[in-house]
Ligand binder design. Structure first.
Ligand SMILES: [Zn+2]
Length: 316
């Protein structure tokens, strides 16, 4: 993969130009993250899976993770539990040149409101890829094309939290519109960290059989059903995967990636994208990067995954 064919984003501020609140004291981590991409001779990082959302929604997500410890026996302290401006400044200081605002509804009549927030957020955040979402409901056939007209360039679908089937007939017009527009959808559809009624590779295989050009980005590498989702990516050339949480010590402890499948990651070098789940991770951003690097698939692979694939996908 030669970086020559990549149109690099030019309108993102250099970290030193970003006026930021001073209460983020992670200067050691900032230096280490910047050394990570500088050592690879990259111009920064591209993170396809970050969460920015309306404050009251983010507060609820954080409350959920606070309660997840007692429920699952797994503590989930949020590492970057800061105000929005601090979080944005943190990503920029890390050298993240492009990121997303993964929003997702857990009930009807919420997605259109989230989408209008996403539009406003993208307008005031030029380095964020304009993100939208949907839910199986009649109005989706109207607000999804409206979001595209507003400039949405990526969607998020959360099968476990939304508790819907991707094959719900109410979504048929949505998938058709998105397939025609060729706009990627980050879809949390694996059964990890928590399974849902409709999670797993089966429903996605059925969806792709009906919409074979759908540009899905399988979140978390499809954890824990890694093999079945790799198979779908191999069968459908528009399917990609994001590394979010995968390969970290935290994920490996419960849902280890099978080492025998590593050569398949190399074959899919141009369709695997770095994602972090920032800020809602129980470890550091550097840990997420190190987890990708220590797969030992070569610097060229890491360069594509952590930067070039994302910039290429979202190049204007
Ligand atoms: Zn996420």
């Amino acid at each position: 993969m030669s970086p020559a064919d990549v149109s690099e984003p030019t309108d993102v501020p250099e970290p030193t130009d970003v006026p930021g609140p001073s209460d983020f004291s992670g200067s050691t981590e900032i230096a280490a993250v910047r050394a990570f991409w500088q050592d690879l001779r990259l111009q920064g990082l591209f993170d396809v899976h970050t969460h920015f959302m309306p404050k009251n929604v983010m507060d609820k997500v954080w409350a959920y993770f606070d309660g997840a410890g007692p429920l699952t026996g797994m503590a989930w302290p949020i590492t970057y539990r800061h105000d929005e401006d601090v979080r944005l400044n943190t990503l920029r200081q890390f050298g993240v040149r492009g990121f997303t605002s993964m929003i997702y509804p857990h009930k009807p009549d919420m997605a259109a409101w989230l989408d209008s927030w996403g539009t406003q957020f993208a307008q005031r955040t030029p380095d964020c890829v304009h993100t939208a979402t949907f839910y199986p409901e009649e109005s989706a056939a109207t607000y999804v094309p409206a979001a595209l007209a507003e400039g949405a360039r990526i969607f998020k679908s959360h099968i476990q939290v939304g508790n819907y089937s991707p094959n719900d007939p109410l979504l048929d017009p949505v998938w058709g519109i998105i397939e025609d527009a060729s706009v990627p959808v980050v879809i949390h559809c694996g059964s990890g960290p928590s399974p849902g009624t409709h999670t797993g590779p089966g429903p996605i295989a059925e969806l792709l059989a009906r919409f074979p050009r759908l540009p899905l980005i399988i979140a978390h590498m499809g954890m824990p059903e890694y093999q079945a989702f790799l198979e779908l990516a191999e069968r459908y050339p528009d399917v990609r995967l994001d590394t979010t949480m995968a390969f970290t010590d935290f994920a490996e402890a419960s849902w280890p990636f099978p080492p025998a499948e590593k050569p398949r990651l190399l074959d899919l070098q141009d369709r695997i994208l770095f994602g972090s789940d920032f800020p809602n991770i129980p470890y550091s951003y550097l840990d997420a990067l190190t987890a990708v690097q220590r797969l030992d698939l070569g610097d060229d692979w890491v360069r594509d995954v952590c930067y070039h694939n994302g910039t290429r996908l979202f190049a204007r």
